[in-house]
Design a protein around this ligand. Structure first.
Ligand SMILES: [Zn+2]
Ligand SMILES: [Zn+2]
Length: 210
């Protein structure tokens, strides 16, 4: 029982180490990432923002002319200043809401591109929003699968879940020939038993010996 547990947690830790390595290689840039948000979503947010500003201004002017009670009330004597302050408040709120909408759209697209269940993850993030605000996003960013990456042997992109490259049959999850733990292609020595994995061509060496 305990031996089994050790084995399971062992492979889990190896998996996590591999995922960390893959993620580190992803080297994502904010604006390139922002571009995966569909243009339709961005324009919808911009239009909604303009509509919100328009409604806020109209309602405020109605209140100012009919009840002499423009918001914020401290500025009700100066309608221009009150309008400016209200526009600022609406902008601040809109930025907050827009950030949430963009994050949800990003999670949807990013999950799809990583071969994850986009519908389930988008739903989870939205469901957690009211009570837990950004916890859903945090869970997503901790759990998300690595992006497809170039095969270490032939450079063709391979999925993060692949065990072998479909193009050149390269072993994508090489294991140590001595202790059989999973190692990553950049390891010079096995991190579990210090076995020399070969520096010149680590991938071929490991592929042959397993
Ligand atoms: Zn390959
Ligand atoms: Zn080893």
């Amino acid at each position: 029982m305990s031996d089994y547990q050790q084995k399971v947690s062992g492979t889990f830790n190896e998996r996590m180490r591999l995922i960390r390595l893959r993620r580190k290689k992803e080297n994502l840039r904010f604006w390139e990432e922002f571009r995966i948000i569909p243009n339709g979503v961005i324009w919808t947010v911009v239009v909604l923002f303009l509509i919100a500003q328009g409604i806020a201004f109209s309602v405020n002017r109605w209140n100012a002319t009919h009840y002499d009670n423009a918001f914020p009330w401290e500025l009700r004597d100066n309608f221009a200043l009150a309008s400016l302050a209200l526009a600022g408040i609406v902008t601040g709120l809109s930025l907050f809401i827009a950030a949430i909408i963009f994050w949800v759209a990003y999670v949807n697209r990013d999950a799809k591109r990583r071969g994850m269940n986009a519908a389930v993850w988008t739903l989870l993030v939205i469901v957690l929003l009211p009570a837990w605000t950004f916890v859903g996003f945090l869970i997503y960013f901790l759990m998300r699968e690595p992006l497809p990456y170039p095969c270490p042997q032939c450079e063709k992109p391979v999925g993060a879940r692949f065990n072998f490259c479909p193009n050149c049959k390269c072993n994508l999850h090489p294991s140590c020939p001595n202790c059989k733990h999973e190692v990553v292609e950049t390891d010079k020595f096995c991190p579990y038993c210090a076995q020399d994995l070969g520096v010149a061509a680590p991938v071929e060496n490991i592929t042959q010996s397993t």
